[in-house]
Design a protein around this ligand. Structure first.
Ligand SMILES: C[S@@+](CC[C@H](N)C(=O)[O-])C[C@H]1O[C@@H](n2cnc3c(N)ncnc32)[C@H](O)[C@@H]1O
Length: 196
């Protein structure tokens, strides 16, 4: 039996150690989608210490599974330890590496794809997300407003490239002919796109 009581401790560890785990209000919004959808298959890009994947695993349909990708080996280790602690090893598989190297090898169709990794690569992640989903699937991307920079006239320093990339990403998704997409201005900004 999973022991979700550990989630609080994992969340506290993440916040204390400045690991960028999902904000509470974004999590609540996504949980509403998951509760309704009861997904069988979820793909996550950006595991960190496994917090969001563990939260999502509560809403999987019977026999459902999550594949989650993380580039940093220390975080993969921490995520695997947390998954074991909660007791959901049969529900979550962590894949170690750059998502752009791993995604081309995935071929199944997911009900939910959650993009939560390198902001500069969202366009590339999204192309894979489209390929790996089907009609009715939902693609969610977090941090698309990048602390508010994306909707402001902010245009300086080292974040400029990431901000411009996110702006063109949002534009592409909201105008994509195969998606019903919306920009949700909560937390750090979510894109929620349903495949038509
Ligand atoms: C925002 S955190 C993920 C938080 C996690 N989804 C949660 O809410 O608990 C982003 C993670 O993506 C990882 N990452 C960044 N670029 C990546 C890439 N190209 N492929 C896989 N993981 C990547 C980072 O190491 C980091 O741990």
């Amino acid at each position: 039996m999973p022991n979700y009581e550990y989630l609080k401790e994992i969340e506290e560890y993440g916040r204390k150690n400045k690991i960028p785990i999902l904000l509470d209000e974004s999590l609540e919004y996504i949980e509403i989608i998951l509760k309704e959808k009861k997904p069988k298959r979820i793909l996550e890009i950006g595991t960190a210490i496994g917090f969001s994947a563990l939260c999502f695993s509560k809403y999987l349909a019977e026999g459902g599974r999550i594949d989650t990708i993380e580039i940093e080996s220390l975080r993969v280790e921490q995520a695997e330890a947390n998954i074991e602690k909660v007791g959901v090893q049969d529900k979550i598989r962590v894949m170690e590496g750059d998502a752009l190297d791993i995604l081309p090898y995935l071929n199944e169709k997911y009900d939910i794809v959650f993009i939560d990794a390198a902001k500069g690569k969202y366009n590339e992640f999204f192309e894979h997300a489209i390929r790996l989903t089907k009609s009715g699937s939902i693609i969610i991307a977090d941090n698309v407003l990048y602390k508010g920079y994306v909707l402001s006239d902010y245009n300086k320093h080292k974040q400029r490239t990431a901000v411009n990339k996110l702006r063109s990403f949002i534009d592409m998704v909201l105008n994509h002919p195969d998606l019903d997409a919306r920009l949700v201005e909560i937390g750090d900004g979510l894109i929620v796109a349903e495949v038509k």
